[in-house]
Every structure is written in structure tokens, then in C-alpha cells.
Design a protein around this ligand. Structure first.
Ligand SMILES: CC(C)(COP(=O)(O)OP(=O)(O)OC[C@H]1O[C@@H](n2cnc3c(N)ncnc32)[C@H](O)[C@@H]1OP(=O)(O)O)[C@@H](O)C(=O)NCCC(=O)NCCS
Length: 169
């Protein structure tokens, strides 16, 4: 059952059965370059990633990264959702899509629904977001969603600078 629905998309909780899709998405060069290499190389790795990442987050926080599916033809196309990282003081929005589904407004459509759910369903006062300074597509999307640049920061002392954005809900 979908958690959220938009005209073209369904947003639902990830399960371990989504491992084949997650294996493909996490190994996309765009994912590795802009988000990071999660070291997920097999279906078993992907099942463990879903269980220990998004599913553990649903249990702990009541939210997490969700699967975004195209309704017609039915197909998983990306992930979008809300994370609570130890390194940030408040929840942040995250998204990643297979390149075949870029530039058609799907990221904006799903992230708008997730932002509204954070406000109306989860009653969060704010969402943060981080993006690498070179990730122009992600920054354009954040600005369209109403996020404002807040500061340059680092998630860990050794990490590279990322741009921190804030959206008041
Ligand atoms: C970041 C990312 C999600 C952005 O995806 P995207 O495809 O650019 O975003 P959208 O699907 O909303 O598409 C927006 C574009 O589609 C166009 N578009 C086409 N049809 C549209 C429609 N029906 N509705 C809205 N926009 C539409 C828009 O004009 C816009 O074009 P522009 O980017 O030239 O201004 C994607 O590049 C990605 O998955 N990257 C890898 C992972 C990543 O970097 N994640 C973010 C980490 S911070």
C-alpha cells in the first residue's frame, strides 16, 4: 500500500524485496559520485542495506527513505524520503533516481509530496537538506521545493564541504 500518491507516482515503504532495485540504484555512477559508495555489491548486501538503513529508520524515527514507483507502467524509479543522521541536528530530505527517469519532474513531484508529509503527517517544523556544491540538479530541486542555502558544512571532519539547506514547513 502506498504511503503517498501523486498523479504519476506512488511512494511506499521499502522492504527487503526491493533489494534488486536498490542494488542497481546504489551502484549508479551518479549515486556513488553525489551521495557515496555504500559498498553494496550483491542482492544479499542490498537486503541488509534496506533492513539496517530505511527499515531500521522507520522503526526508530517513524520515517525514512521511501521507494518511488511510477504508476503506469508500474516500475520502481528512485528513492525519496526523510533521514535523521547523527551528524545533523534535525531531519533532512534525501532523493536519488535512476538516470532513465531524470528531467521529467518525477523528483520534484515525489519530493513535494514528501515535504508536505513531513509538515502535515509528521508535524516537523523544518527539514534540512545537504548537497555537494557541484550537484547542480539537486540544488535546483531543493530551491524549487522552497529550501534556502544556510551554510557550508562537513558531516565529519575528514569529509568534503557540503551545502546545507533549510526549509521551514
Ligand atoms: C538530484 C536528482 C534527483 C534531480 O533529478 P531531476 O531529474 O533533475 O529532477 P526532476 O525529475 O524534478 O526534473 C526536473 C527537470 O525536469 C523538467 N520537467 C520535465 N517535465 C516536467 C514535469 N512534468 N514537471 C516538472 N518538471 C518537468 C523540469 O523543467 C526540470 O528541468 P531542469 O532541471 O532543466 O530545470 C537526480 O539528478 C539524481 O537522482 N541524482 C543522483 C542522486 C543525487 O545526486 N541525489 C541528491 C543528493 S543531495
Amino acid at each position: 500500500m502506498a504511503l503517498l500518491e501523486t498523479s504519476r507516482l506512488a511512494v511506499r515503504l521499502l522492504t527487503e524485496d526491493d533489494a534488486p532495485f536498490m542494488l542497481a540504484l546504489l551502484n549508479e555512477p551518479s549515486f556513488i559520485q553525489n551521495i557515496g559508495d555504500r559498498g553494496v555489491r550483491t542482492i544479499a548486501d542490498a537486503r541488509a542495506y534496506v533492513a539496517l538503513g530505511p527499515m531500521a529508520s522507520y522503526d526508530r524515527f517513524g520515517f525514512g527513505l521511501y521507494l518511488v514507483e511510477l504508476k503506469a507502467p508500474a516500475a520502481p524509479i528512485g528513492i525519496c524520503g526523510i533521514l535523521k543522521r547523527d551528524e545533523l541536528p534535525e531531519p533532512d530530505i534525501g532523493f536519488a533516481f535512476l538516470p532513465a527517469y531524470w528531467s521529467q519532474g518525477y523528483a520534484l513531484e515525489s519530493a513535494t509530496a514528501v515535504r508536505d508529509y513531513a509538515r502535515d503527517g509528521l508535524r516537523l517544523p523544518r527539514l534540512l537538506a545537504i548537497a555537494s556544491p557541484a550537484n547542480a540538479g539537486s540544488i535546483r530541486l531543493l530551491e524549487r521545493l522552497g529550501f534556502q542555502f544556510t551554510s557550508l558544512t562537513r558531516l565529519t571532519p575528514e569529509a568534503r564541504d557540503v551545502k546545507l539547506y533549510t526549509c521551514s514547513l
